[in-house]
Design a protein around this ligand. Structure first.
Ligand SMILES: [Mg+2]
Length: 116
């Protein structure tokens, strides 16, 4: 059993809150700044693949950890339930991308949804 199978989002929230609070960084982790940090870390993740590079596995783990940190931190700062946000969006995705229409296609959804 991998760690993902036993670690909850609440566990991650508690660990991030401990880390930030121990450093007295709560005052710096405003939603705007956390959103920016999340985007920057996503950029660092993309950079690993730039110019068809094959990312080093350790670097990839680091950037995934960074992205997850700020994603979960964002949900802390905005007091949102991340699982609920995910489930709600997945319901919308199921509606927006019905498998009967999109299976095997990678074009933009407006191509088959009449510009919706
Ligand atoms: Mg990083």
């Amino acid at each position: 059993m991998g760690s993902d199978e036993v670690t909850t989002i609440d566990d991650l929230k508690k660990e991030i809150s401990r880390f930030v609070t121990e450093r007295d960084w709560d005052r710096f982790h405003r939603p705007k700044d956390v959103a920016m940090a999340l985007s920057i870390e996503a950029g660092e993740l993309m950079e690993l693949y730039l110019w068809d590079r094959s990312p080093d596995r350790e670097d990839l783990m680091d950037e995934l950890g960074d992205v997850l940190f700020f994603l979960v931190d964002m949900s802390i700062r905005e007091n949102m339930d991340l699982s609920e946000a995910f489930r709600r969006k997945m319901e919308k995705n199921d509606e927006k991308y019905p498998s009967s229409l999109v299976r095997g296609r990678d074009d933009k959804y407006t191509a088959y949804m009449g510009g919706r």
